[in-house]
Each structure stands twice: as C-alpha cells, then as structure tokens.
Design a protein around this ligand. Structure first.
Ligand code: GRF
Length: 186
C-alpha cells in the first residue's frame, strides 16, 4: 500500500500527533507522517518528532511571508495531506489553494457549536447536555469546513473544564484516525 505523504501541524502538547504517529505505523493505515511543522519552540509535541525520528521544522509565524516557507517545505517533502492537531494559527488561502480538501482539523466541540477557543468553559456555561469533538475539512473560515466525523458524550453535572477536556481528548484519539481512514477508504 502506498501511503499518503502527510504533514502534521502542531503548537502544543501534541497528544493527537503522538496518536497519529502510532496509528500510522500500522501498514494498513493510509498515511505516513513525513514532516511535522511547529510554530512554538516550547511545544512538548516536538519530543514525539524526535522520539519517532520524524523530520520537523519550526516556523516563526511572526515573520512576513512565513507561509511561503511552509509551502517550500511541503513541496520539499512532497506532502499531499495535512492534519492540524492543535495548531493555533489560521491557514491562509495561499496554502488552502494548494491543498483543496486535503487539510483537516480536529476541534474539541460538536461543531458548528463552540467554534474558536475556550470551548470547554463555554460548553459548561451554556448548560449543554452533551459535547465531544469534530474532525472537519479546513476552509477559509475558522472551524467551518464540512464535517468528516464527530463523537460525543453526555456531560455529568459534576463535570468541570478538566473533566470535559479529558473526556473529549479520549474521543479525539479515536475520531482523528477514523476520519483519515474514511477519507482514503476508496
Ligand atoms: C485538541 O484538543 C484539539 O481538539 C485542539 O487542540 C487540542 C490539541 O491537543 N484543536 P494536543 O496538542 O493534540 O494534545
């Protein structure tokens, strides 16, 4: 099986990156992670790049034209698919145009509810009965591209922000690989 050359973008802890790396080591999983792009030198997730010997680069998103640099690396590594796993920047049209329907993101809410940041506290404040995660295609608007898969759980009255985060992330580790399998199934 020819694996899809994939780049994962991260900014922080990288637990979804770790989960994707482990999944991608299975022969039947459709992608191989050939490159990791990170915009935060302090991101813990970069340790997974080192541990699993995957090429990684830091991008300073404060620099003008930093997206040209990203595109250059994507080309160099012949990347054809991109997973955003806790990457805290908007993807500009420049990159989107090169990767139509080939960039996906994982978001910790049941989109279209609770786009953007601070999802868990907003979920609790609005007294939702359930929440979860969404894997979706990335388009020009924040957290708005079409949904590939969603998973949810029912919120308990005693749940706090940390509880929601833990339960949501547990679902994310199933949802992200499943979404990738779904995209490349045919
Ligand atoms: C995840 O909860 C994801 O939904 C959001 O950012 C978080 C990243 O976590 N987009 P990690 O860095 O993968 O641990």
């Amino acid at each position: 099986m020819v694996k899809i050359k994939t780049c994962v973008f991260i900014s922080g802890k990288g637990s979804n990156l770790k989960n994707l790396i482990i999944n991608s080591r299975d022969n039947s999983f459709p992608i191989k992670i050939n490159l990791i792009i990170c915009n935060n030198k302090k991101a813990y997730g970069i340790n997974y790049a080192k541990k699993y010997r995957i090429p990684y680069i830091f991008i300073n998103t404060k620099m003008k034209n930093y997206e040209n640099r990203i595109l250059l690396y994507l080309k160099k590594y012949k990347i054809s698919f991109i997973c955003l796993a806790g990457y805290m920047r908007i993807i500009s049209e420049k990159i989107l145009n090169n990767y139509r329907k080939r960039i996906i993101n994982i978001h910790p809410s049941l989109l279209p509810k609770f786009k953007g940041l601070e999802t868990f506290s907003r979920v609790l404040k609005s007294k939702e009965i359930k929440t979860g995660c969404t894997v979706h295609f990335v388009n020009k608007k924040l957290d708005s591209g079409s949904t590939i898969t969603q998973k949810f759980f029912y919120i308990k009255t005693k749940d706090n922000v940390e509880d929601l985060k833990k339960k949501t992330q547990k679902l994310e580790y199933r949802a992200f690989p499943e979404a990738i399998i779904k995209i490349f199934r045919d």
